[in-house]
Design a protein around this ligand. Structure first.
Ligand code: ADP
Ligand code: MG
Length: 321
């Protein structure tokens, strides 16, 4: 299975959400789509899984024009784990997973023994086999997500489209799901919001920003401190982890602004001592850490005393004599 997206445009209104995006996923590749919130990741994926119709562009699956296929035929080619996974009725977990079998069936076909086995296996892979009879709508966000992943695997496609598939999951399930997806050797296009997870699992990445592909390449080519700073505005240091052989990104709080909510108007780092002048005398004392502000009392050479506080967060310099 391979995917080619060429010059895709999509606008919700007048503002383009996806602007001339081209993406290739080769057979067996695990490709990540990363980028800040609102950069267009979900919109690209929705155009691929046919929840939206492109304004312009071409999409080919194994060289065949996806936009000319029936929806059922597309569903045989790709399984989707979208971001909004609520269903309108209160199906049982096993019924939701059984929907993954639908594209394989004719109308009114019932589930065969083989289908039931596939459904059971799919639930077991996400640790949900004991919950087959539970009501889907009563599950937690993470459990719902695991059911939807089970449905996608029951669909038995070798191409998976995933939109932040592990969003609600704790770290063990996140890794279990990604490990599983890697293990089945599917071709994958996944929006992943955690850069370390993207570095750990993806063969190649596309970085979107403002609806455009800004960078494309292997994680070690595109996850650099410079590019992360440019796209996300955050400092980081990056090392190759000796155990995984994959990049490890450590984000560095912005000391300049306290890293804790200081805004750009402030002119001094919280670690710097604060100096101020009163009646021609200069005073200096360490800047309190955010949350540790307390009043200071000074007495000057003429015997005047005054108190003031430096808000660790807001840099309030209120003087009172
Ligand atoms: P991402 O998945 O990277 O966070 P999206 O594809 O969801 O980004 O959104 C891209 C842009 O399109 C954003 O500016 C977002 O506000 C806008 N957008 C997304 N969905 C809709 C919608 N249903 N109607 C209008 N604008 C939308
Ligand atoms: Mg999204």
């Amino acid at each position: 299975m391979k995917l080619e997206v060429k010059n895709l445009d999509y606008s919700y209104g007048s503002k383009p959400a996806v602007d001339n995006v081209s993406i290739n996923v080769r057979e067996g590749e695990f490709v990540g789509l990363i980028g800040p919130n609102g950069s267009g990741k979900s919109t690209v994926l929705k155009n691929i899984y046919r929840a939206l119709i492109p304004d312009r562009g071409e999409i080919y699956i194994d060289g065949e024009d996806l936009l000319k296929m029936s929806y059922k035929e597309s569903a045989l080619r790709m399984a989707v784990v979208g971001q909004e996974n609520d269903v309108p009725f209160n199906f049982r977990v096993e019924e939701i997973v059984a929907m993954g079998r639908t594209p394989h069936k004719k109308m009114f076909d019932i589930d065969t023994k083989e289908d039931k086995e596939i459904i059971r296996h799919a639930l077991a892979h996400v640790g949900m086999e004991d919950m087959a009879k539970r009501n889907y709508l009563h599950l937690s966000g993470g459990e719902k997500q695991r059911v939807i992943i089970a449905r996608a695997t029951a669909q038995e496609c070798d191409f998976l489209v995933l939109d932040e598939p592990t969003n609600h999951l704790d770290i063990s399930y996140q890794m279990q799901i990604f490990d599983f997806v890697r293990h089945i050797n599917a071709t994958v296009l996944a929006a992943i919001h955690d850069l370390n997870m993207a570095a750990l699992y993806c063969d190649r990445l596309y970085i979107l920003d403002h609806g455009k592909v800004r960078y494309e390449g292997k994680p070690e080519e595109v996850l650099t401190p410079e590019i992360i700073k440019e796209i996300y505005g955050v400092d980081c240091s990056i090392e190759t982890n000796p155990k995984t052989g994959r990049l490890n990104i450590a984000f560095i709080p912005d000391r300049e602004h306290g890293g804790l909510g200081h805004t750009k108007e402030h002119t001094h780092a919280w670690a710097e001592p604060i100096e101020h002048e009163h009646n021609g005398h200069r005073h200096s004392h360490p800047h309190p850490a955010p949350g540790h502000e307390h009043p200071h009392t000074h007495t000057d050479s003429e015997g005047h005393t005054y108190t003031h506080t430096h808000g660790g967060d807001d840099h309030a310099h209120a003087h009172r004599e």
